[in-house]
Design a protein around this ligand. Structure first.
Ligand SMILES: *[C@@H]1O[C@H](CO)[C@@H](O)[C@H](O)[C@H]1NC(C)=O
Ligand SMILES: *[C@@H]1O[C@H](CO)[C@@H](O)[C@H](O)[C@H]1NC(C)=O
Ligand SMILES: *[C@@H]1O[C@H](CO)[C@@H](O)[C@H](O)[C@H]1NC(C)=O
Ligand SMILES: *[C@@H]1O[C@H](CO)[C@@H](O)[C@H](O)[C@H]1NC(C)=O
Length: 490
């Protein structure tokens, strides 16, 4: 896995709201990281049994089928260039008609496919409208589609294509289902969206099982032909790495944002609360679905505070927060990219409220960490109620899970035990597990469960009620931060 912060330094912002990655730099960086990791591990390339790739979702590129040359840079999931287009579509009469008819069809057929369509609305984070934007603005792409010479890929597909020197062109289910262009109820690219947006499904790669023999790395690249046996999107990989194999298993990954995922088994969960249904993985005949909710500013907010010198290293924050009994009435609302579930306000602003002359840096830091735990509590409640589960425990990973204050407070608020593995990068492990299963390095999932040991387990120490005053104060701060902007700010 190419380190996120490494990647962050490569991000291009050619215009306000545009977020791109150069495909050649990404490729070079990827190859260097793999070589370095193998060297540091003290092993040889020919000793590697299999390669699994876990990649961030919804970042895409299109390229020339004949020459392999990209038509443009990667368009990042954070890119909001299609904002206007999104608004126009979302408000259009056609969309109202579609939602209305789908809702009616769902009433009569009870088919989850129609229920999903009845909630259909576009966001810039879905690929659909960013891709439509590309088709409208880059004539080369339009031309290539007419000549059946256009390939579309997310990062996984692009890396696979490069690793095999252009001989393999594919993606897999977890990834495809994260594009917003895939119909999880039918397990195929959405014909409906394709027709609606005039984007031919022929440009999309064939979809394969998560754990599958995708081909081998061209021997020239690493000096040995390594089998590629897993492609998986990041959150799904983390879920697999945490061994959340059973229905009702729940994990939270706290990285840049917080991602809560619950295993819903063989059932696509259609949510009334805006949880996103995803394919977790498909291995042979087994398809596991997840429902996901996120809060977009977790590590993001901590990073911002660090850039203002509120502290020098994120490791200090837990101690700073613990040095106080409360935040002294200070509330922080983390909303650099709006507030997602269950608030759902893209126009909310980030704010500090309740600052007094005696407020110190420690109060500000404590308020920030508390806000992460409060968002966790909101997401936990929404997911467990919406999916109808009562989990016995929660598994946590991601960089921010190293923060003991956030972990303990989340455990107190949810009244659940939370375990944290020794290595917090579970998406790497998940990709490795999937790749290893495919080549028989491990026999089954039971064997994988025995491999992971929690490093630390947080048990509820306080009654959730003790946080009641602080949380209701925070909710008040959230209310006052809503609808601040008149349009989503990039
Ligand atoms: C698969 O994952 C890659 C890497 O995250 C992501 O960029 C891409 O959007 C996903 N593929 C699809 C088809 O969604
Ligand atoms: C899209 O439209 C729906 C229904 O009209 C609305 O609830 C939602 O807030 C809109 N989303 C955006 C991003 O404008
Ligand atoms: C986060 O959740 C919102 C819905 O609340 C969704 O539109 C968005 O795509 C999610 N973000 C990511 C990165 O998956
Ligand atoms: C917290 O969980 C414990 C054990 O599961 C239970 O006995 C207790 O009633 C719970 N407390 C609250 C406030 O729900």
């Amino acid at each position: 896995k190419v380190n996120g912060s490494c990647l962050q330094n490569q991000v291009l912002r050619p215009q306000p709201g545009w977020v791109e990655l150069n495909p050649d730099s990404l490729w070079t960086l990827f190859v260097d990281v793999v070589k370095e990791a193998v060297q540091v591990a003290g092993i040889q390339m020919h000793q590697i049994a299999a390669l699994g790739l876990s990649t961030q979702r919804s970042t895409f590129i299109t390229w020339n089928k004949k020459t392999g040359k990209p038509f443009h840079n990667f368009i990042s999931w954070q890119d909001v260039r299609a904002g206007e287009l999104t608004k126009i579509w979302n408000r259009s009469f056609l969309m109202k008609v579609i939602r209305g008819i789908s809702s009616l069809l769902h009433f009569f057929t009870r088919s989850s496919q129609f229920l999903l369509a009845s909630y259909l609305s576009f966001t810039t984070q879905h690929i659909s409208l960013r891709l439509a934007w590309i088709l409208q603005h880059i004539t080369e792409v339009e031309q290539a589609i007419k000549e059946d010479n256009c390939c579309f890929g997310t990062i996984d597909t692009w890396l696979l294509y490069k690793l095999t020197k252009g001989s393999v062109y594919a993606t897999e289910y977890s990834n495809a289902s994260s594009t917003g262009f895939f119909d999880p109820t039918k397990m195929q690219w959405s014909m409906f969206l394709s027709k609606l947006l005039s984007i031919p499904v022929s440009i999309f790669p064939p979809v394969q099982d998560t754990s599958h023999n995708f081909g081998s790395v061209d021997a020239e690249i690493f000096g040995a032909p390594i089998k590629i046996t897993a492609l998986v999107a990041d959150q799904q990989a983390a879920m697999f790495g945490e061994c959340c194999f059973d229905v009702g298993d729940l994990k939270v990954t706290m990285g840049t944002g917080s991602f809560w995922d619950v295993n819903t088994g063989s059932k696509v969960h259609t949510s009334r609360k805006g949880l996103y249904p995803l394919v977790g993985w498909k291995i042979g005949k087994e398809v596991i679905y997840l429902a996901e909710g996120n809060a977009s500013d977790t590590g993001n907010a901590i990073k911002w505070a660090q850039s203002l010198d509120l502290f020098t290293s994120a490791d200090e924050t837990s101690k700073m927060a613990h040095s106080l009994v409360n935040s002294g009435g200070v509330c922080f609302v983390p909303s650099f990219s709006g507030l997602q579930i269950p608030v759902n306000d893209p126009y909310a602003c980030t704010s500090f409220m309740g600052i007094t002359p005696s407020t110190t840096k420690n109060h500000l830091v404590r308020a920030m960490l508390e806000s992460i735990a409060f968002r966790n509590k909101q997401l936990y409640d929404t997911i467990t109620r919406d999916v109808g589960i009562e989990p016995t425990s929660i598994r946590a990973d991601g960089g921010v899970s190293k923060n003991n204050f956030v972990m303990q407070m989340t455990s107190d608020l949810t009244n659940k035990t939370i375990s944290r593995p020794a290595s917090t990068d579970m998406s790497c492990l998940g990709a490795a597990f999937l790749a290893g299963l495919a080549v028989g390095f491990w026999n089954d999932k039971e064997q994988l469960k025995k491999l992971i040991r929690p490093d630390m387990v947080f048990k509820p120490q306080k009654e959730p009620e003790e946080y009641e005053p602080a949380m209701s104060n925070w909710i008040k701060a959230v209310q006052r931060s809503l609808s601040w902007y008149s349009q989503t700010s990039p």
